[in-house]
Design a protein around this ligand. Structure first.
Ligand code: COA
Length: 195
């Protein structure tokens, strides 16, 4: 679960300035995935408003980025003003990218980020019919306790340790480099097509 590159893309934390990419990803979710993500059907304006508050809420958002576009995301949201004992998590992978291990990898990132912030309980609004989320949770059963109830999943991360803190810091550096490289290659492509 340590690799962070998938064919054609990579997983990194999104910057607060990347709210529009997060929004576009959520808007691209097919109807069923959107319903599963928000635990009920929601409109485009709702999604736009939700995404615009990504940085306001101080959420940590991991994105699966391909050519500068976000095609999957995992959010870790604090409940209240500070990181406390409990937080909320949510996952979304666009249909074309599902069942390639991206959701599993994203959940690993979220569990570690939660652990590094002293969070011990993670809540997820997960419909009981969501078999894929349950499959992912089972793959992380060493790190989490999942109650397959109606809507709430509970994850119990272990305490932070030197290695979990270091791993997140190293991945943040790699993520930063990937973002810069991505910006450069898109700028070069734009310059080429303008020439
Ligand atoms: C749930 C979701 C995040 C999973 O992402 P993903 O990238 O497809 O997940 P992965 O590929 O890592 O793993 C999916 C697992 O589900 C399994 N699976 C697929 N269909 C299944 C089914 N009907 N029953 C049981 N398991 C199933 C896959 O085989 C895979 O397990 P494996 O790797 O052991 O084979 C993604 O499908 C999604 O965004 N769904 C819509 C939004 C949502 O449900 N969000 C969660 C609510 S917070």
């Amino acid at each position: 679960m340590s690799e962070h590159r998938f064919t054609g893309g990579s997983i990194r934390k999104l910057w607060p300035s990347e709210t529009d990419k997060f929004r576009d990803h959520l808007l691209r979710l097919d109807r069923e995935s959107r319903r599963m993500r928000f635990a009920h059907g929601v409109s485009d304006p709702f999604v736009e408003d939700y995404a615009s508050r990504m940085s306001e809420m101080g959420s940590i958002v991991f994105g699966y980025v391909v050519d500068g576009e976000v095609h999957a995301a995992a959010e870790l949201r604090k409940l209240g003003d500070h990181w406390g004992n409990e937080a909320e998590a949510a996952f979304s992978v666009e249909k074309a990218h599902q069942e390639r291990g991206i959701g599993t990898e994203l959940m690993g990132r979220v569990i570690r980020a939660a652990r590094n912030r002293g969070v011990h309980l993670l809540y997820m609004s997960c419909l009981a019919e969501n078999a894929k989320m349950q499959a992912i949770a089972r793959k992380h059963e060493a790190d989490l306790k999942f109650e397959y109830g109606e809507v709430i999943g509970e994850i119990v991360p272990q305490d932070a340790n030197y290695f979990s803190l270091l791993a997140e810091a190293v991945e943040d550096r790699v993520g930063y480099m990937m973002a810069v490289l991505d910006l450069q290659s898109r700028a070069a492509r734009r310059a080429q097509s303008a020439a």
